[in-house]
Design a protein around this ligand. Sequence first.
Ligand code: IMP
Length: 429
Amino acid sequence: MANVAVIGAQWGDEGKGKVVDWLASRADIVVRFQGGHNAGHTLVVGNETYKLSLLPSGLVRGKLGIIGNGVVVDPEALLAEIDRVRAQGLPVGPESLRIAENATLILPLHGALDRARETARGDARIGTTGRGIGPAYEDKVARRAIRVCDLAEPDTLSAKLDELLLHHNTLLAGLGAETFAKQALLERLLSLAPRLLPYAEPVWQRLDEARRAGRRILFEGAQAVLLDVDHGTYPFVTSSNTVAATAAAGAGVGPGAVGFVLGIAKAYSTRVGAGPFPTELFDATGQLLGDRGHEFGTVTGRRRRCGWFDAALVRQAVKVAGIQGLALTKLDVLDGLAELKIATGYRIGAERFRHLPAAPGAQAAAVPEYETVEGWAGSTRGARSWADLPAQAVKYVRRIEELVEAPVTLLSTSPERDDTILVRDPFEG
Ligand code: IMP
């Protein structure tokens, strides 16, 4: 029996929510290991719709949720989310949620800096969620971050705030933004401490015990491989590693504990925020994909950019993240299109590439090379077996498998949980 890591294989919003929810119902523990409340998904259980940003989705299924050390935690956003889901009848408390004592905190000054920088970038902005994710990770790597455990030591907290504010207030003032007063920040953090500390513990110990007891662990990724700070379309990326290997470091387990790596990909491509998107469509087809796919960001509410499936980029994601199986989502959005295109590589000037080179100039200049595939007239929506799918739709999926060099182990054919074709159970390894 394997553990499973679920990660996005494109630029996020691949429909992870449904797949993670299904997997969470079969797991014992669900662990978030990177990102913060920049993520977002909607889970529909019975008559309730839960919108989660930071809480591991397993909580909705009554499973133990763990927020690993690799996550950046905004304490106020977390407590507000806990209050929200509690008000919906979900009993979230220290018995169902554990937070790594060594996780980094996002403070109000991080969001302020994130937004001030984006404003200063003008047209060159990254399109961040403005939630302070990048600045919090910067502080972590610079060794000046406030961590969950610091809330238990007022003296440590006070000294660390001095260093932090020296840095941030200088930056904020330089950007013409409001600065922060130490005492107010200290008091705010100390007032949150009694509500947060009961959740804190060395989660690596609990995970070690769970592993030895044969419990099933689901590692729930946020964002996606093309937003990875190393492997994505840098600098238009998020500030964490989103590849499956991060599940180990971001939770405190060895690489062997991560188990099966399931990548989620849409049957086409979308992106929120700025940055290279070689297969982006600016025509009526792009509009149609956006309308049919309801392509609006859960966190940002912004309309997502839409385009053809980019097999070259997904293949790259498969390789760098070690994806062993793909969950392909939203195939039904392509129903009825006369023909479909799949990018197999790029032309940059006179040169041809099977991958997207790292240099920003090359990424911006990359022109996709397409393979055209016949569309299908029938509907794929709600299909629960291969036999329910039009023959051309099966061909499209098979071609994707060949090009990305990974099998489709799960096909999702509508937002409904049971409208899924399961080829291989990821927990069986
Ligand atoms: P940040 O993570 O807020 O710093 O934003 C950096 C980039 O990642 C921006 O392009 C965001 O739109 C994108 N991003 C962050 N979180 C998500 C997500 O959950 N889905 C899709 N894009 C995201």
